[in-house]
Design a protein. Structure first.
Length: 283
């Protein structure tokens, strides 16, 4: 599947969105590739397709074939503005990533922008991505001029799955957690969740091992620097990563991609547990 650079959509007016495409925290995709996962269901990657499964009965509700060769899909991460990342080199799979952050004040201006803040785990080929996402603005999951949380899974087949959105308020303290629940040879199961909001858990089975941890600011259609939250920085703190029953040493690396407003990430505390990544919106 050819990959499309999403960085052209970070700044408003640089390039128009293709028809029938909608926004996800994995870029703009054709609406046919984006799927709601209701409570009591899970998604499963099996035999080259993504399946929606009813958990109590284990009945397959829907299935989606892999995107055909030649079909364009977003290059995961190309719409990320700034992020901190770590590659698991502990020798054991990551069993949990947990991060706490506070919902920031709203932006002071509106340009139909969407801002995503999340922690995530990603596979080595950067095809599978599980995310606990705080969103300002509108995505295919809904939203508006308010903050909301949801869990997302981007599958190697090119499809995207999302949970219900739940509105939250500035000042609310969030804990986003991604946990490995099962391993069967090279197939892994993960659940992405927010503490206190079990109704929006995202369960994904048959996933490649997720080896990259990231804390990310992703944004689209930013017209002014004031389209970001009205605060200098959001701290992604109390970061805890577990692997093989231990807390491996973590060395975060920083990537600042779009810096027109001075967007940046910095390591305030490299400890594990107890790490902290500060994401700044402007100089």
């Amino acid at each position: 599947m050819p990959r499309v650079d999403q960085s052209v959509y970070v700044r408003k007016g640089v390039q128009s969105v293709p028809p029938d495409h909608a926004l996800t925290p994995g870029g703009y995709r054709h609406e046919s590739l984006i799927h709601f996962v209701p409570g009591g269901h899970r998604v499963r990657h099996r035999k080259g397709q993504l399946q929606l499964v009813h958990r109590p009965s284990q009945r397959i509700i829907s299935h989606y074939q892999s995107v055909p060769d030649g079909e364009l899909v977003p290059d995961i991460g190309s719409g990320w503005v700034t992020y901190a990342w770590w590659l698991n080199d502990s020798g054991s799979p990551i069993s949990q990533l947990s991060t706490q952050w506070t919902v920031p004040p709203p932006p002071t201006t509106q340009s139909s922008q969407t801002v995503f803040l999340f922690n995530a785990l990603e596979d080595a080929r950067k095809n599978d991505l599980v995310q606990a996402v705080l969103q300002w603005g509108i995505s295919h999951a809904g939203g508006g001029s308010y903050w909301a949380i949801g869990n997302w899974y981007i599958d190697t087949t090119g499809h995207v799955s999302f949970s219900q959105l739940v509105q939250v308020q500035p000042g609310d303290v969030l804990t986003g957690t991604i946990s490995m629940t099962k391993q069967n040879n090279n197939a892994f199961s993960y659940v992405s969740s927010f503490l206190g909001y079990p109704e929006i858990d995202m369960l994904a089975d048959g996933v490649s091992e997720l080896v990259w941890a990231a804390h990310t600011l992703e944004a689209y259609q930013i017209g002014n620097c004031s389209d970001y939250p009205n605060t200098p920085t959001t701290s992604m703190c109390s970061i805890s990563i577990a692997a093989g029953g231990a807390a491996p040493p973590v060395m975060w690396l920083i990537k600042n991609v779009s810096t027109d407003c001075g967007e940046s990430s910095s390591v305030a505390n490299a400890g594990n547990p107890g790490g902290q990544i500060d994401i700044s919106y402007r100089s």
